[in-house]
Design a protein around this ligand. Sequence first.
Ligand code: NAD
Length: 424
Amino acid sequence: VFERVNPANRNEIIGTAPNSTAQDVNDAVAAAEHAFKTWRELSWVKRAEIIDNFAQLIKRDVEEIAVLVTRECGKPINEGRADAVEALHMAQYIAGLGRLPHGYAVSSEISAKDAYILRKPKGVVACITPWNFPSAIPLWLVLPAVLAGNTVVFKPAEQTPICGHKLMELFHEAGFPAGVINLVHGFGEPVGDPLVKHKAVDAVLFTGSRAVGKYIQQVAANDLFKFAATEMGGKNATIVLEDADIELAINACVLGAFKTSGQRCVSTSRIIIDKKIEAEFTARYVEKVKRIRVGDGLNPDVFMGPLIEAGAIDKWQHHNAKAKEEGAQVLVDGQVLTEGEHANGNFVSPFVYRFDGYKKNTFCLREEAFSPHVAIIPIDGLEEAVEVYNDTDYGLAMAVITEDYRKWRYVRDHADYGLGYVNL
Ligand code: NAD
């Protein structure tokens, strides 16, 4: 077994989880294979009804889940609630999908020939999830899979096993038959890897880091029939254009960079801002960042909780050191906080830096830090903003702050991103 402690208070043990083995993976996959035979025979509506039961249980326990999320992964309680509510909305949405068409007719060249596209289950689906949205993200993967008639082996992140366990208790209470959703616990190599490679696993749904996602894609590519869908990290940016509402831009960049202590796939880690307004923005931004209250997320006055574990502090320090080495001007020098209320947690304060002009091939401007670490990059106009935005291998989320419809339209069409925001 392994213990999970509260990242805001390492003296508090949240729970103990089994270190599952390759044999546990075999047993879980065998149970899922067995259950698939009968689960796939149920109607979509019947399966959706069980998901609806589950949604109602999430609604009943939303506050308990919110507190558990905060205790286990450290995010402030308003964010714990947001995660629990997102879990509820996901469950409601998937239950609703069970009533909608799951296929469509395709035009046929012969009047007596019917052609259509129909969704069918693939079989056993592995769902492997990260720690940072421990109740919502597992449901993005597990619920669509089981609605369509697949059965699942779910492996939550090793940092949030107790949140995974809570979901499992509710799946059971909701009435999913034995074997439809199975849980294994533990770390990537001993349990995630044999799960991904298992011959009877037909599809892998993964959300997590780029390194692991890329590895999973390669494993799937070696198997003729295995399918993998991988959602990974980002080096996201907020683009602030010359005509932006500065107050809105400052708040957007504080929230974007430091909510969940910068540990979101969509966290802002680059602020790409027009030179004409950069001085005013930077002065006011730095002043606001310095006022961020760091502490235990159960305290409603806290804005930024701890990092998830000691290794995340090391990674944050590495990225900060690289920024200094690469010539950044440090505006807010983040510190590891170890005194008073911070003595027993993984607390750090924000790190903010700037460059005078854009520097290509710079590690700190291209690689995901997944921590409170943000760069201010002054640029000259709309086109350069988009060029700089695109100069990374993985832009996942983009936000643009502008009052001008034509400019955000240009960004929409020329920046390469997966998820875009305007004035948010
Ligand atoms: P991670 O990749 O370290 O771990 C994710 C999961 O993969 C965990 O359950 C882990 O145990 C498992 N895993 C690790 N090695 C494995 C292996 N060899 N085989 C199979 N499974 C393995 O990610 P994390 O630290 O938990 O989460 C942070 C990362 O997730 C960040 O990069 C973040 O951007 C990304 N993320 C992406 C999204 C999105 O929707 N795109 C959402 C949240 C987080």
